[in-house]
Design a binder for this molecule. Structure first.
Ligand SMILES: Cc1cc2nc3c(=O)[nH]c(=O)nc-3n(C[C@H](O)[C@H](O)[C@H](O)COP(=O)(O)OP(=O)(O)OC[C@H]3O[C@@H](n4cnc5c(N)ncnc54)[C@H](O)[C@@H]3O)c2cc1C
Length: 342
């Protein structure tokens, strides 16, 4: 085992509502999870596509927003202290000789797990590339679509483009360490949380960041090193110093690397049984929107049910000699102790 390998019972791929609830069901059975997601926050589609929309068909909640459900799930799984790895895509998944699995992320981390739960939803969210000539040449050196390490932005001239939560959150987080920070948005109306917008406007008023209302034009630099960016604004062309560019132009969903893991697929979804929600490879389960079986409904509540059954099967793989006794959270002191309420 090399130093940078993370060894765990279960790796959950995807921190959407179903991946989060899987942590709860696995936690009740004492299985420890690491959760990996491409996005920089939990919640999957609920948090990324409709955080403020009301959902009306979550059992027990007559109405709850996408973000509200995510926040509740995070509170519900907190007793199990899952370890999250955000801003990473699982690119490779291989079965090892001993039956366990080796997962590799696009940040070159390696996870070793006895069980893998693919809760990858509609597939991987991938950033939309802004329509700017030659931007590819700067990607990975000066242009980034997410923040992996804040230090990469320290003492840099940072330009952030966008008006949503990611753009505003990173404006507030990077301002203290950047040499200069410019936020650029095409109009003076922001989709981000009002509190973040107010904080951003206060920083502009204090002269700590610049706000430009305009559209990205061309990139100036050489050898992958960005130096400045031209923007078109109502007042004409404006040049802003820039050694780092973070465009937040939204996300598209693609199946992504899931297709390359040798799992039986059905219309680009992972074929599973309905007893355990196991894929064609024993030990790899698929739950939530990513799976396919007769009668499947792409609903959050279906994913929750699948998570409960999957966890029972996962337990038998991780602890084959342990007899699992079915228990209710209402009446089992053992389960309540795990939840920190008894
Ligand atoms: C506008 C809208 C309204 C909806 N309303 C309802 C509703 O009212 N009721 C309802 O039940 N359902 C609703 N849905 C559907 C619901 O959101 C989905 O069923 C649910 O999000 C599926 O959850 P999930 O955890 O399976 O996947 P997702 O929420 O899609 O999360 C999957 C996560 O996996 C991550 N991921 C994928 N591939 C990788 C990889 N290779 N490496 C790392 N991470 C990866 C993704 O980044 C993502 O965060 C709605 C959907 C939309 C778009």
């Amino acid at each position: 085992m090399s130093g940078n390998e993370i060894v765990t019972d279960v790796v959950v791929i995807g921190a959407g509502p179903v991946g989060l609830f899987a942590v709860f069901e696995l936690g009740l059975l004492d299985l420890k999870c690491h959760v990996i997601d491409i996005l920089d926050r939990p919640g999957g589609q609920c948090a990324e596509l409709y955080p403020e929309k009301p959902i009306y068909d979550i059992p027990g909640f007559p109405v709850i927003t996408g973000q509200g459900l995510t926040d509740n799930l995070m509170a519900q799984i907190a007793p199990f202290a899952p370890q999250f790895h955000f801003g990473r895509m699982v690119t490779r998944l291989e079965k090892r000789g001993d039956g366990s699995f080796r997962l590799t992320t696009d940040a070159d981390e390696v996870f070793l797990a006895k069980v893998v739960v693919v809760a990858a939803g509609g597939g991987s969210f991938q950033p939309k590339r802004p329509p700017v000539d030659g931007i590819e040449a700067y990607e990975g050196t000066s242009v980034f679509y997410s923040v992996r390490r804040m230090d990469d932005f320290r003492d840099q001239d940072v330009v952030i483009v966008g008006g949503g939560d990611s753009a505003l959150d990173w404006t507030l987080n990077l301002q203290p360490i950047a040499r200069s920070l410019t936020l650029v948005h095409r109009r003076d109306v922001f989709r981000a949380a009002p509190d973040s917008v107010n904080k951003m406007k206060a920083l502009v008023a204090e002269g700590k960041i610049s706000l430009v209302i305009g559209q990205i034009g061309s990139l100036k630099g050489a050898d992958g090193q960005l130096a400045a960016i031209e923007f078109t604004t109502d007042a004409g062309v404006m040049t802003v110093p820039a050694t780092r560019l973070l465009p937040f132009f939204g996300l598209t969903m693609k199946l992504g690397p899931v297709a390359d893991w040798g799992l039986e697929l059905n219309d680009n979804l992972i074929a599973v049984d309905t007893e355990k929600f196991q894929s064609s490879v024993p030990g790899i389960f698929a739950i939530g929107d990513i799976n396919s079986y007769p009668g499947k409904l792409k609903l959050i509540l279906s994913g929750f049910h699948e998570a409960a059954l999957m966890a029972q099967a996962a337990k038998k793989i991780v602890s084959p000699d342990e007899k699992v006794i079915f228990q209710y959270t209402t009446s089992s002191t053992k389960l309540q102790q795990k939840l920190g309420v008894a």
